[in-house]
Design a protein around this ligand. Structure first.
Ligand code: XIL
Length: 330
């Protein structure tokens, strides 16, 4: 079979997936499949603050370096996730960070990490999940420690710092809840667009929007027209688009695994057929490759306790209908 990366490349696209060092090391079949299918690797968590910064003054790149070298050795692009997020902050952060030192903690972090990987990163998720409509602000910004300590300008500051340290990397704003027009009545899409507009109008070095794309198996489909026009609005700002964390949450789907796989594959195909119509979309990454290793099993477990099936390969690295669906959509 022709691999997903080859099919993607034939369309000028990149296909890749999130990975964890320990799984690639311990599971040879996963490693073989990953190398066969993927042209890009993004660490699932091993570049997050709590993974690389055990102490305010100490950085540990052991695991992320291993992943970067794995990607390089196998001719894959390497993506960075993520420089600024309200989650995965180290335990020391709550005790140490305050209004006075937050800016230097943030600048030190972005500078150290982007310089460490300078020139080797395809794209950075500079800021992750900064919009939360439910937090009730008119600008839609999420009430994170960064917002609290630094004010709304922390986003621009993060992008400018990353650009200065690694001028070659594509700089991305990444978020979820943009896939369905029904999500928060479209308010999240609107707020994200406004944020992107504001950043662009101020000359902030931002190059792309990352749409996480954790699809919900129980939601039947997509409003293609509205999704296309959202993507076109993003593209018209001069931004590229990456599908950064694609998978299908099957928590509320039937316990029959065959029927379930059919629904999941259908959603993969419907979604990709719509988004790949937009020429600004340059890459598709699934959040993992095999059902054996997926955040869905701990974040969205099934009530019947049966294994979740969100990804293109099953737990034995066998092709699923979802793989076929992606292959066809490319
Ligand atoms: C998840 C990882 O997959 C887990 O291993 C980790 O424990 C928690 O985070 N949106 C994101 C990702 O931007 O960083 C999240 O990844 C999934 C949701």
């Amino acid at each position: 079979k022709k691999s997903l990366k080859a099919r993607a490349a034939a369309k000028g696209l990149i296909y890749g997936a999130a990975a964890v060092k320990d799984y690639l090391v311990s599971n040879t079949n996963l490693k073989t499949s990953f190398v066969r299918e993927c042209n890009m690797l993004v660490p699932d968590y091993q570049l997050k603050w709590d993974s690389i910064r055990p102490h305010p003054k100490k950085f540990d790149f052991t695991k992320s370096d291993w992943l970067a070298q794995f990607a390089q050795r196998h001719g894959m692009f390497f993506r960075g996730h993520t420089l600024v997020w309200h989650q995965a902050l180290p335990v020391w952060f709550k005790e140490v960070a305050n209004r006075k030192n937050a800016e230097s903690l943030l600048l030190e972090h972005i500078t150290t990490v982007t310089k460490h990987y300078g020139g080797k990163i395809h794209s950075w998720d500079v800021v992750n999940e900064a919009i939360e409509i439910d937090d009730g602000r008119t600008d839609g910004l999420r009430k994170t420690p960064w917002l609290e300590f630094l004010g709304a300008d922390y986003i621009e500051l993060a992008f400018r710092t990353a650009a200065a340290c690694d001028p070659k990397a594509m700089l991305v704003y990444n978020d979820y809840g943009l896939e369905y027009d029904s999500y928060q009545d479209g308010a999240k899409r609107t707020a994200v667009l406004k944020l992107l507009e504001r950043l662009k109008s101020r000359g902030t070095p931002i190059h792309a929007l990352g749409i996480q794309s954790h699809l919900m198996g129980h939601i039947p489909g997509f409003n293609a027209k509205k999704l296309r026009s959202f993507l076109a609005d993003v593209a018209s700002l001069g931004l590229k688009i990456l599908i950064t964390e694609l998978d299908v949450v099957d928590q509320e789907l039937t316990s029959d695994p065959i029927a379930r796989d059919r629904i999941i594959a259908g959603l993969y195909e419907d979604y990709l057929n719509i988004v790949l119509d937009e020429r600004a979309v340059i890459a598709v990454l699934t959040w993992g490759l095999s059902d054996k290793y997926t955040w869905v099993s701990s974040f969205y477990p099934r009530s019947d306790k049966s294994p979740v099936r969100p990804l293109p390969l099953d737990s034995n690295m066998k092709y699923k209908l979802a793989w076929n669906a992606i292959a066809r959509a490319f």
